[in-house]
Write a protein that binds this ligand. Structure first.
Ligand code: AHR
Length: 505
């Protein structure tokens, strides 16, 4: 059985230039993301800083653009001063967010050094849970001021002569969440974020600042939270952050794969709130969305209970949130990335949470190899080929009824036009369980075209996973049967499949 979808890709129908920072990730001090993830002194591939070379290599292979740090819930109890200076003098402290012990052997300067090696841009966050504008301004001075002041000289005395020049700063994390240390009402947080932003901007007007939006669209305070917080901060910030995690606890694939439509609703509703406040303020400035935590997160919930209920005696860097992703999650991650590409006019930053070991595309074995999860691949294709202008595709596809999002198209597709290298790339997902999707894509205004690359991910078992022992169980394979003829690209998507196809124009 086949289903047919027709699509028009017109060179002149453009959504927006795709901001490459939508291919970011997140490194939090939790579980084995830092310790045993990016940092494992003594590992066979570790460099002089203790950074795992295999994880650095995979980060570069992915082509990640920006990395958020140091949390997450961890942030709201973090004292940045603990993580700088001589390592043997750094305090060991309890991390009350994740019921673990933090050794502080890795901190701000190590992260910046790692970012330079990984060739990614750092995105820092200041603690607005237990702290405020005072610490934030000292931290900024420590990081970015050239010298001659207390905090800049302190940095120099720690061996970092040059300022780090960190441009992106998040004003706290998930401050709407009752689980957050220092949780606040929207008014309390809005005032605090405004005052903190003002202080940071006094130091450098060119900083890009991110204020906290909702932790997810199910929060009782959403979307009033966004309206109140932006009312306080609109003229001082550049982005509002959103987070969303996806799960298939219900074991219902059709609904699971419809959740990216909920994501789309969430983005568009918050874009509406931004515009409302912009109008209310009579502002000419545009605030955008930083979707700085997203991923599938549910496979590890049972196994983490003991630690997360505080019943495991404060371990240091224990395995936490080590979701092992399956083939079904490949489809989900592909759908989420397509949504960000299609909403590139409002979403300018997005961070896959997290980079390594903790709900991550990269996994490591202590003192052993690093390996790629199933979801590594759709993220890789989007990071590497998601360049240029996001195309406003006109898609006609058969649909199905879902409980979570109404009518949902079986064929989901996003496209980008990279004028610099003369390529058009499409990322497509077939949500149908047993029908092949035949895609007929009219290429308008591109001239003659030829196939460059075609990669397909499909698997007989939705629950198939990769592991350290079998790292290549679920991997992309070269596709077949695609053809470009007389200005049309025809493409066949097997049931439940993800594909990336590039054409030269
Ligand atoms: O990424 C894991 C956690 O999820 C983060 O610490 C928090 O911000 C979110 O709730």
């Amino acid at each position: 059985m086949t289903l047919k979808a027709s699509i028009i890709a017109d060179r002149d129908f453009v959504i927006a230039p795709l901001d490459r920072r939508v291919f970011g990730t997140f490194v939090e001090h939790m579980g084995r993301c830092v310790y045993g993830g990016i940092y494992e002194p003594g590992h066979p591939t570790a460099d002089e800083h203790g950074f795992r070379g295999d994880v650095l290599a995979l980060t570069k292979e992915l082509g990640v653009t920006i990395v958020r740090y140091p949390g997450g819930n961890f942030l709201s109890g973090y004292d940045w001063e603990d993580g700088v200076g001589p390592k043997d003098q750094r305090p060991v402290k309890l991390d009350l967010a994740w019921f673990t012990t933090e050794t502080n052997q890795f901190g701000t300067n190590e992260f910046i050094t790692w970012c330079r090696k990984a060739e990614v841009e750092p995105m820092f966050a200041v603690n607005l849970g237990t702290r405020g504008p005072d610490e934030a301004r000292h931290f900024l001075e420590y990081c970015n001021h050239p010298g001659g002041t207390y905090y800049s000289e302190l940095r120099k005395s720690h061996g970092y002569e040059q300022p780090h020049d960190i441009k992106f700063w998040c004003l706290g994390n998930e401050m709407d969440g009752p689980w957050q240390i220092g949780h606040k009402t929207a008014d309390e947080y809005g005032r605090l974020a405004h005052e903190t932003a003002k202080a940071l901007r006094s130091f450098d007007k060119s900083l890009e600042l991110v204020v906290c939006g909702s932790s997810n669209a199910k929060m009782p305070t959403y979307p009033e939270w966004e309206a109140t917080v932006l009312d306080h901060t609109y003229n001082e910030v550049d982005y509002i952050s959103l987070h969303m995690y996806f799960d298939n606890h219900a074991n219902d694939t059709a609904n699971y794969l419809a959740m990216s439509e909920k994501l789309d609703d969430y983005i568009m509703s918050v874009a509406g709130v931004i515009d409302y406040i912009k109008a209310k303020k009579r502002s000419t400035k545009q605030v955008y969305i930083s979707f700085d935590e997203w991923n599938v997160w549910y496979h590890s919930k049972e196994q983490d209970k003991k630690i997360l209920e505080g019943n495991d005696g404060w371990p240091s860097a224990p395995p936490l949130l080590e979701d092992i992703y399956n083939f079904e999650d490949v489809l989900q991650v592909g759908l989420i990335l397509n949504t960000f590409i299609r909403r590139s006019n409002v979403v300018k930053i997005a961070c896959l949470a997290q980079l390594v070991n903790v709900i991550a595309p990269i996994m490591t074995v202590p003192n052993g190899p690093a390996w790629r999860q199933t979801t590594y691949y759709p993220f890789l294709f989007a990071c590497v080929y998601g360049r240029g202008k996001a195309l406003d595709l006109k898609v006609a596809s058969p649909t199905y009824k879902s409980d979570v999002a109404g009518d949902v198209a079986y064929a989901d597709i996003a496209g980008v036009h990279d004028e610099a290298c003369g390529h058009v790339t499409f990322f497509a997902v077939n949500r149908h369980a047993n029908e092949t999707a035949e895609l007929d894509i009219g290429l308008e205004g591109f001239g003659s075209a030829s196939l460059v690359d075609h990669q397909v991910m499909t698997h007989a078992d939705l629950r198939a996973v990769n592991s350290a022992e079998k790292p290549d169980n679920v991997v992309p394979k070269p596709g077949s049967g695609a053809a470009v003829r007389e200005g049309r690209l025809s493409l066949t998507l097997p049931p439940y499949s993800y594909q990336m196809i590039r054409i030269k124009i």
